[in-house]
Design a protein around this ligand. Structure first.
Ligand SMILES: Cc1cc2nc3c(=O)[nH]c(=O)nc-3n(C[C@H](O)[C@H](O)[C@H](O)COP(=O)(O)O)c2cc1C
Length: 191
């Protein structure tokens, strides 16, 4: 059975353009995948805590998680990694907030990039351990940054996901959403 993992990270709930577009894309893919499992994480509703030293250490030494908080944080990371490993399609809704992805999405990434779990250190550098994951990322932004040096969001996502072996990524851009009603309409239509 195929699994589609969807990660929404827009903070504007039902009004989030990145989430709306990611939902739409998910629904259309699921319609073509009868029986597929759909795992959805809305990071605006269920925040992933910032990575801290204790949690990071527990990634390589699970016994070091002793307090209930540490144990819960390690368990959450294990769950997020398991969800990612079992998925064959990944859809991410990623708004641009202050020139970057939302910090909640960064936290999710910090919890799934794990040595020996999702990448390993090889003789020539890190080797991604996740394979065959078709990935779609919807980027929503108020301005128009695609193809400019200010588009660090795209490069960051390629680098971070590439590290763990997710390289087959299609980006969908909804741009100009803060450039008046007409600009937003055009941006959404193009996306
Ligand atoms: C806190 C915040 C920061 C933003 N920063 C940027 C930015 O740096 N560049 C930009 O083009 N748009 C920026 N915007 C506009 C959003 O990218 C735009 O509203 C987009 O639709 C957000 O995605 P969402 O609708 O999924 O939340 C920002 C919006 C918010 C709320």
């Amino acid at each position: 059975m195929k699994t589609l993992l969807q990660i929404n990270s827009g903070m504007q709930g039902q009004e989030s353009h990145s989430s709306m577009l990611a939902n739409r894309m998910t629904n259309s893919l699921l319609a073509q995948m009868p029986g597929a499992k759909h795992i959805k994480r809305d990071l605006s509703e269920e925040e992933i805590p910032h990575l801290n030293l204790g949690v990071f250490q527990s990634f390589s030494d699970p016994d070091s998680a002793v307090t209930p908080t540490q144990k819960a944080a390690l368990a959450l990371s294990n769950t997020l990694v398991a969800e990612l490993k079992q998925s064959s399609i990944l859809i991410i809704g990623a708004p641009m907030y202050n020139f970057m992805i939302p910090s909640v999405l960064k936290s999710w990434i910090d919890h799934v990039i794990r040595a020996q779990e999702t990448f390993r250190y090889g003789e020539n550098g890190p080797v991604g351990l996740l394979e065959n994951k078709k990935t779609y990322i919807v980027i929503a932004q108020g301005g128009k940054f695609l193809g400019t040096e200010a588009d660090i969001e795209t490069e960051y996502l390629k680098m971070a996901l590439g590290l763990i072996g997710i390289t087959d990524i299609e980006f969908i851009y909804a741009q100009g959403l803060a450039m008046g009603p007409q600009g937003a309409e055009v941006g959404l239509k193009e996306a």
